[in-house]
Design a protein around this ligand. Structure first.
Ligand SMILES: Nc1ncnc2c1ncn2[C@@H]1O[C@H](COP(=O)(O)OP(=O)(O)OP(=O)(O)O)[C@@H](O)[C@H]1O
Ligand SMILES: [Mg+2]
Length: 136
């Protein structure tokens, strides 16, 4: 069940802090612990950075959801960038086409309860993460 839903456009660096604040607000609203808030916000930061760096931005859907008595925050990052040719490779620690650490995607996956990535070269990338109030 979707309890609340809104979207944010990410077009430049200045959109990142307001986005992080919005995630924090939602997590606080459902009573998520500080440790779990930090995990969610850290993962979200990596994904928004990728969106800006590789796809020149995109749109993020922010939802509070509930399922079987648990409540959580679900974030969907949608871009229409170049897409990822080999998602399995991109999910590996240390893989980067951006001369960086290559830890953003695999790190984000480890931090949150649910992680899904879909990408099509030439069409774009969609990453969905869900973190439950109690972090499991
Ligand atoms: N939204 C995206 N659109 C297109 N390619 C992407 C996107 N997100 C990630 N990638 C590709 O996946 C690779 C791995 O991403 P990841 O975030 O793990 O590492 P990185 O951004 O290269 O380095 P780091 O995040 O550690 O600074 C990127 O180098 C890039 O090739
Ligand atoms: Mg990254």
């Amino acid at each position: 069940m979707i309890l609340s839903k809104d979207t944010m456009q990410i077009v430049h660096e200045q959109n990142v802090v307001p986005f992080r604040n919005r995630v924090k607000e939602l997590a606080t609203k459902i009573g998520m612990s500080l440790v779990n808030q930090t995990k969610l916000i850290t993962a979200a930061s990596e994904l928004v950075r990728n969106m800006l760096k590789y796809a020149n931005g995109g749109k993020i859907l922010l939802e509070i959801i509930s399922n079987n008595g648990r409540t959580g925050v679900r974030l969907t990052f949608m871009d229409e960038g170049p897409g990822i040719a080999d998602v399995q490779q991109a999910m590996r620690d240390g893989f980067s086409t951006g001369k960086s650490l290559g830890l953003g995607l695999p790190g984000a996956k480890r931090l949150v309860n649910e992680f899904d990535i879909k990408s099509k070269p030439g069409e774009g990338t969609t990453v969905t993460i869900t973190h439950w109030k109690n972090g499991r």
